[in-house]
Design a protein around this ligand. Structure first.
Ligand code: C2E
Ligand code: CA
Ligand code: CA
Length: 479
């Protein structure tokens, strides 16, 4: 094989180096050609070398015809990129992000496709790395971001449905241009709410330029953009990153994790819980199978993006899809706005205790989950036992009835005060509440408030309710 001896010699040098670690060199070789300038030969050797970068099994690459072909192709693409951009060959594709509880669309990611007149469709995996190297990515991304904001603007102006759309930010964008200025400039130019534009920054970007990127994402969030950490879990310092970074959403890619085995599943589960405690939404990407959906729902992950739901699609197809308001899930945005409906599944909160929900129901009786924000309480979910009490006492027909509304103002205030206490001291608080119906019939309940979960920037409480009318009635009703 060409260069075997040279390679052996080079490896020997490294092997003999008196270092406390083992060094493994990566070598690019270019056979000398007559009449070719040395600078070219060096470039070609480096080009060959790049083909094995991050490949831990192959240490030597020779510049041969196939590498040359690849290089020429790359050079060709780079040479025509500028023209292609002005000819409108770069198209926006949309891949929906779905709520796994109902399959509805909560948002979408814009992914670029290059429609070359002769070569057909070229995938971003082919040209994005090239553009990141030669700096064209800044131009392309600025274009994609502007097209996205324009799209939002046009739809809003004509009264059509929109969902938040995310765009990708390359780490070289961050190094080479003022991303903050460009993005704020765009939403101001088109007067679009920045909450509708979500920004995906890959995890690896945070590792490389941590300080700069941490500040940038904090600034973008303060302005009102939604920031996502893309490909979370692909790097090695994912957990460290979460300590320092401000972001709204974590995107976890199933493809980075071997989900067939227990360990992969445990990792996903841990990330979902952790993200939750850090007040972040988790979107799982690369979801392709029903089993994956089942597993993710079970551990309380609500959102997914993947071929199981939709592949990336053309703009017109996406518009048709969200044209029907019933296909849209607005819940994901409510954690940012002040809407009261929350898409939380009681089982998601219960999962945090090791107890299964059936067991929990036996132990705890009637159970309701309330969210609490700005001194307002909102009933989120109830279990079957709760529904039984509501019906038994003739308070309503279904479990969505809020028992608190039947309590007098003073007791309602007391509940709020106790919730603050739970929040502050993180201990369960018990109280007794009397409920008097219009027909003067009176019931007594022992109410226990406990376990706060912080999700979507509000506090969640469990409220367990025991009917103690029989024992309490003996004391109070007869005197
Ligand atoms: P990404 O940001 O991680 O985007 C997700 C990629 O996963 C997309 O590939 C998408 O088509 C693919 N994907 C989604 N669900 C599934 C699934 O269930 N199974 C499989 N096998 N794949 C799935 P795509 O469109 O080829 O994009 C590749 C990468 O190129 C993106 O990875 C992103 O890093 C980059 N990219 C795409 N568009 C842009 C852009 O406009 N600007 C920048 N800077 N980068 C972009
Ligand atoms: Ca992305
Ligand atoms: Ca991703």
């Amino acid at each position: 094989m060409f260069g075997r001896k040279t390679t052996k010699n080079i490896f020997a040098i490294f092997a003999e180096a008196p270092l406390p670690m083992k060094l493994v060199p990566a070598i690019g070789i270019c056979p000398a050609e007559k009449n070719t300038a040395v600078s070219f030969l060096c470039d070609w050797a480096i080009f060959a070398l790049r083909s094995i970068k991050r490949n831990y099994f192959q240490h030597v690459a020779v510049f041969n015809d196939s590498v040359r072909g690849k290089m020429l192709e790359e050079q060709e693409l780079l040479g025509i990129a500028e023209q292609a951009l002005s000819d409108g060959e770069f198209k926006l594709y949309f891949q929906p992000k779905c709520n796994m509880n109902n399959g509805k669309i909560a948002g979408a990611e814009v992914l670029v496709r290059w429609w070359h007149p002769k070569k057909g469709m070229i995938m971003p995996g082919v040209f994005i790395p090239l553009f990141e190297k030669n700096g064209f990515i800044e131009k392309l991304d600025t274009h994609i971001w502007e097209k996205t904001v324009q799209w939002l603007k046009t739809r809003i102006a004509s009264g059509e449905n929109v969902v938040p759309i995310s765009v990708n930010i390359s780490r070289t964008d961050i190094t080479n241009m003022d991303v903050y200025l460009v993005l704020t400039g765009l939403v101001e130019k088109y007067a679009v709410n920045p909450q509708l534009l979500e920004l995906e920054i890959t995890e690896s970007a945070y590792i490389d330029k941590s300080e700069e990127i941490i500040n940038l994402s904090a600034k973008l969030m303060d302005y009102g953009f939604i920031v996502l950490i893309d490909d979370f879990g692909s790097g090695y310092s994912s957990l460290n990153i979460l300590k320092d970074i401000k972001a709204n959403i974590l995107k976890l890619d199933m493809r980075f994790l071997e989900t067939e085995n227990k360990k992969g599943k445990d990792i996903i589960q841990a990330v979902v819980y952790m993200g939750r405690w850090l007040n972040m939404i988790i979107i799982t990407e690369g979801v392709e199978k029903q089993e994956q959906v089942d597993f993710l729902r079970k551990i309380g992950c609500t959102y997914a993006q993947g071929f199981f739901y939709h592949r990336p699609m053309e703009q017109s197809a996406f518009e048709e899809l969200i044209g029907n308001p019933k296909s849209i899930d607005y819940a994901i945005n409510n954690y940012l706005s002040d809407d009261n409906y929350m898409p939380i599944d009681i089982s998601a909160l219960i999962q945090e205790n090791v107890l299964g929900s059936q067991l929990l129901e036996k132990i705890m009786g009637a159970l309701a989950i309330y969210s609490y924000k700005d001194d307002k309480l909102h009933l989120q979910q109830t279990n079957e036992e709760y529904g039984r009490i509501i019906q038994d006492k003739g308070l309503g027909k279904n479990a969505e009835t809020d028992i608190i509304h039947f309590l007098d103002k003073r007791t309602q205030e007391k509940i709020k005060q106790n919730m603050k206490k739970v929040l502050l001291e993180n201990v369960p608080v018990d109280m007794i509440a009397a409920l008097e119906k219009r027909d003067k019939s009176r019931y007594w309940f022992k109410i226990r408030l406990f376990t706060v979960a912080e999700l979507y920037r509000r506090s969640f409480f469990y409220m367990s309710i025991f009917d103690v009318t029989e024992s309490m009635g003996k004391f109070f009703d007869n005197d």
